[in-house]
Design a protein around this ligand. Sequence first.
Ligand SMILES: Nc1ncnc2c1ncn2[C@@H]1O[C@H](COP(=O)(O)OP(=O)(O)OP(=O)(O)O)[C@@H](O)[C@H]1O
Length: 609
Amino acid sequence: METLEFQAEARQLLQLMVHSIYSNKDIFLRELISNASDALDKLRLAKLQDGLEADTSDLHIEIEVDAEARTLIVRDNGIGMTRDEVVELIGTIAKSGTAELLGKLKEAKESPELIGQFGVGFYSTFMVADKVTLVTHKAGTEGHGTRWESAGEGTFTIDDAPDAPVGTTITLHLRPKDEDDALYDYTDEWKIKEIVKRYSDFISFPIRKGDETLNSMKALWARPRSEVTDEEYHQFYRHISHDWTDPLEIINMKAEGTFEYEALLFIPARAPHDLFQRDARRGLQLYVKRVFIMDDSKELIPDYLRFVKGVVDAADLSLNISREILQQDRHIQMIRRRLVKKVLSTIKDLMSSSPEKYATFWREFGRAVKEGLLAEPDNHKPILEIASFATTHGSEPTTLAAYVERMKEGQEEIYFLTGESRSQVENSPHMEAFQAEGYEVLILTDPVDEVWVDVVPEFDGKKLRSIARGTVDLKKDEEEKQPEGDFGPLLGFLTEKLDERVKEVRLSHRLTTSAACLVSDADDITPALEKMYRAMGQEGPRVKRILELNPNHPLVAGLRSAHERKADDPALPDTAELLYGTALLAEGGDLDDPARFAKLLADRLAQTV
Ligand SMILES: Nc1ncnc2c1ncn2[C@@H]1O[C@H](COP(=O)(O)OP(=O)(O)OP(=O)(O)O)[C@@H](O)[C@H]1O
């Protein structure tokens, strides 16, 4: 027999379990049944796909209690574990995010939703037991099995188990019952029945106690929606998603005819902590004729809808289907298209039927959904229809349809400005004329916004237009206040002086109070995008922008007269640089040489005091 130590993080998590932070301790049984069900799925699959020799004629889960000895046993005849697997899977928790979870748990005392998000699984047994024994024998291995035992403190023991049958048996040595602490008598037959019915009814293998089968085993996705309670759906959602919070929306689909499939999808109520982590688990579960085939099937749902959870059960696929074949399978691609369509239309329906749910959805997942504008050009329309954006119109986000409805007479384009934050965008000089003239501007501050706006040309026939690009002329029909004097020579002079930084200096129609601003040419990439490419390691040529001057600003008017009086005034090039630097700072940009700018400014200020 060997005594081993739990890994540090596992130990901390166990501590939390022993000193029970959960108010609901019943769920330990759900976790054990869930693991057993997975093990049964795996055995059936190993036989089917890898030709493992195993008896799968009576796959089941068995529960046994002994009131006197105060033990509860959960047994399965599934895949089992090797000794190494036991040590690794049960003794360590190298799951990503565990450290983060522990940090958060320390702050919040009662936080089942946090635990649910990470799934402590097997360790939850220590809420109700002061000793846990696990005996297991891996299918397909000769010789003895393995016995693992722990009191949930620092260590566990591991030993040979000579006569262990294939599968896993877990014995809980129950703590004394303490109903004030929601610790019930888990040897009580009624309690066991109640828990199984509530949490595990849909499990597709029989859960037996004595001669009785406690669960109905009905595949939830095959039952008509009207016959399934929300509670049943929610438990199933937990089983497949390990998310404690109830889902926001449930989607049933059934296709008959040439290619039959059923799907049960869930839109979660909040984003998982790893939504934007590349290595996160994603994808749906794939079944073929009620037989579990694989988890995390990415082929069934595009990346931008990676938060959708659920099951697809296809009738006409081969049980031997591999991931490689899935990727090319025509039927799978068709199912995927239908699922996308259904998810998008469900969200669209939410917008009118339940605006609150929609708002939650967009807050949690909008950033991911917008990636779809890049990935699926064919779906621009349905994606834009369910999108909403911050706007200068008010503090609530707006849909594009609502924006279009509010467009001023004569306005033909949808205006937007990208930036790092709402306040930066709102205070940008580019905004001035639009605000002064009462045009609504969308405020786009997610990194993905910089990118999709380049590939989406229009919505509802209206062009999407960055107000920091190209020329603007908001007062087409009105008589414009003509600036006094001829700016030609000054503009020529500045264009030459600032040649390394800008491609042109011209007069602006978009400024009302600022002296100057920088704009991109209509077809050039924006500085933010340039920065993103650089951050990804792609060096490109720096794209020069255009400096626009406000002819009605005293500084610009003064500059014009100064240049007129004395074109070779040595102070003028410095002023040009200051003007450029100020414009860059105003939009939140970075100066190339801040020290030089500060010196120029200080020298200039010194002359005025
Ligand atoms: N009855 C069992 N038969 C075979 N393997 C098991 C069994 N119970 C647990 N395991 C193995 O131990 C691993 C850890 O189990 P645990 O319940 O701690 O986490 P999990 O099931 O992976 O995660 P979650 O609880 O979030 O589903 C499982 O992934 C599985 O590989």
